[in-house]
Ligand binder design. Structure first.
Ligand code: SF4
Ligand code: SF4
Length: 100
């Protein structure tokens, strides 16, 4: 994944959490192209959390019930800094000719 450049996805605690009390079953989150969610009688559940794209919050932004939350952004910023991921992403982009 270009955003992680080989850093193990399972080491990044970034994925949505659904508050079932707030879910109004609008189904919007089922649009996720990464199949993170599964539909149940009780609405949407997070079935494959580590399939979520690190840093993405699209489903949360579009959730009609405002039922979806994510970790604080500071969590991934600190992780990227601590693990040197920013530098690796930049190098990959340079190698691909997207940065100079
Ligand atoms: S944040 Fe993005 S990738 Fe993650 S579950 Fe929501 S829409 Fe899918
Ligand atoms: S987008 Fe929000 S309210 Fe709609 S089904 Fe998903 S979790 Fe429930």
């Amino acid at each position: 994944m270009a955003w992680l450049t080989g850093y193990p996805r399972e080491n990044v605690e970034w994925f949505p959490t659904v508050d079932s009390e707030k879910c109004v079953k609008c189904g919007m989150c089922m649009n996720c192209g990464k199949a993170v969610y599964e539909w149940t009688d009780k609405g949407s559940v997070v079935a494959r959390p580590y399939a979520c794209v690190v840093g993405c919050t699209t489903c949360g932004n579009l959730c009609l019930g405002e039922a979806i939350t994510f970790p604080e952004r500071a969590y991934i910023r600190d992780l990227y800094k601590r693990e040197g991921i920013w530098g690796k992403v930049k190098k990959q982009l340079q190698d691909e000719g997207k940065l100079n």
